[in-house]
Ligand binder design. Structure first.
Ligand code: G4F
Length: 328
């Protein structure tokens, strides 16, 4: 019989890559998806409308699906937006994870087993801790989003310790792809650069160009999620490339690939700064390499190139009138 996975946040970047990864391994994939959000959902998945604020709906979906593995990827995941929507972010991103854990605790299959649980924890939890950050680095969250993620992280550990559930945290550093939302900085840059190249846009407004992030490819990172749930024991793992680059480096890489100078197009707009910033993230995923055998495959330059090439295709379609995009 096929294994059954339930993925919250199936319609997001990570959910879509994870769904493909699981479908290739003959899983039946179910998604908990807010009503109307099916853009990135693979048609082979079975969708269940609902969201992380609704405990009774989550319990009902558990009963319908009886999953073997649960991946909690759903969240209000934009850090700057979390300063505008702190309570909503705490409810969805923090308490939402607890609602899923509680459904897990109460759900048993015919042989009395609970599903295995993956929590999408975040490198934002480290704040400005000295890098490289690993599993032993203390958390110091610097946004409502990061505070909510720390809450969800510790609930996951607590459910593992208190109820002996198989519940693991993947502490993922930034991971990007052509499916990344347009309001995250990498995709905002690749879309704008491609549109500028084709004369569809002439300016790009950004915030802090000196922030440094450890950027990997989302397609590589979903494999790590799965590996965590195949391991003998539940545990917590940092997933990162070990390399750090500034937003400015990413601009240089992308505009350079298009034979453009970003200085001619980029302007700084205070609205994109945050009340407090995480200055530099760089992860050490040696534990995941050693225990799970996980390695990132796509380099920073390859990532920038593949996202730029994808957005160039989209901009060409737009220029030919096949789509109508508005710049963000
Ligand atoms: O792309 P970002 O919005 O990602 P951020 O804040 O690092 O968070 C992402 O990664 C986390 C993992 O560490 C996830 F947990 C989280 O859900 C999300 O996926 O911003 C990256 C950097 C920041 O320092 C930001 O200040 O880019 C800087 N930046 C500069 N100008 C900008 C902009 N960010 C955005 N979104 N838009 C700008 O115009």
């Amino acid at each position: 019989m096929n294994r059954v996975a339930l993925v919250t946040g199936l319609s997001g970047q990570d959910g879509s890559y994870l769904a493909e990864f699981l479908l290739e391994r003959d899983y039946d994939v179910h998604g908990l998806v807010p009503y109307g959000r099916r853009e990135l959902c693979d048609p082979r998945c079975q969708l269940h409308y609902g969201d992380l604020t609704d405990a009774s709906r989550i319990a009902a979906v558990f009963n319908d699906v009886s999953p073997d593995e649960v991946y909690n990827l759903g969240a209000q995941s934009h850090v700057r937006v979390s300063f505008d929507l702190p309570v909503h972010t705490a409810d969805v991103t923090g308490v939402g994870a607890l609602r899923v854990l509680e459904a897990m605790r109460q759900h048993r299959d015919a042989s009395g087993r609970s599903p295995r649980f993956y929590q999408a924890s975040s490198s934002e939890m480290f704040g400005n801790a000295v890098s490289p950050q690993d599993e032993s680095t203390p958390f110091h969250p610097l946004s409502p989003y990061a505070c909510a993620k720390v809450f969800a992280y510790w609930q996951t550990v607590n459910y593992r310790d208190a109820y002996e559930l198989f519940a693991s945290n993947g502490i993922l550093f930034n991971h990007e792809s052509p499916r990344r939302g347009e309001h995250f900085v990498t995709r905002k840059i690749t879309r704008a650069a491609a549109r500028i190249k084709l004369g569809l846009q002439d300016r790009l407004a950004l915030g802090n160009l000196e922030a440094r992030r450890d950027w990997g490819f989302a397609g590589d990172y979903v494999e790590a999620m799965w590996l965590m749930l195949q391991h003998d024991e539940a545990d917590d793992f940092v997933i990162a490339t070990g390399q750090t680059h500034s937003v400015r480096d990413f601009l240089e890489e992308v505009f350079g690939h298009l034979d453009l100078d970003y200085n001619d197009f980029v302007e700084i707009d205070p609205q994109f700064f945050r009340p407090i910033e995480v200055d530099a993230l760089r992860g050490n995923s040696e534990k995941a390499r050693r225990i799970l055998g996980w390695e990132p495959r796509v380099s920073f330059s390859e990532l920038a190139r593949l996202m730029t090439e994808h957005d160039l295709e989209e901009a060409r379609a737009e220029a030919q009138g096949l789509t109508s995009e508005t710049p963000n």
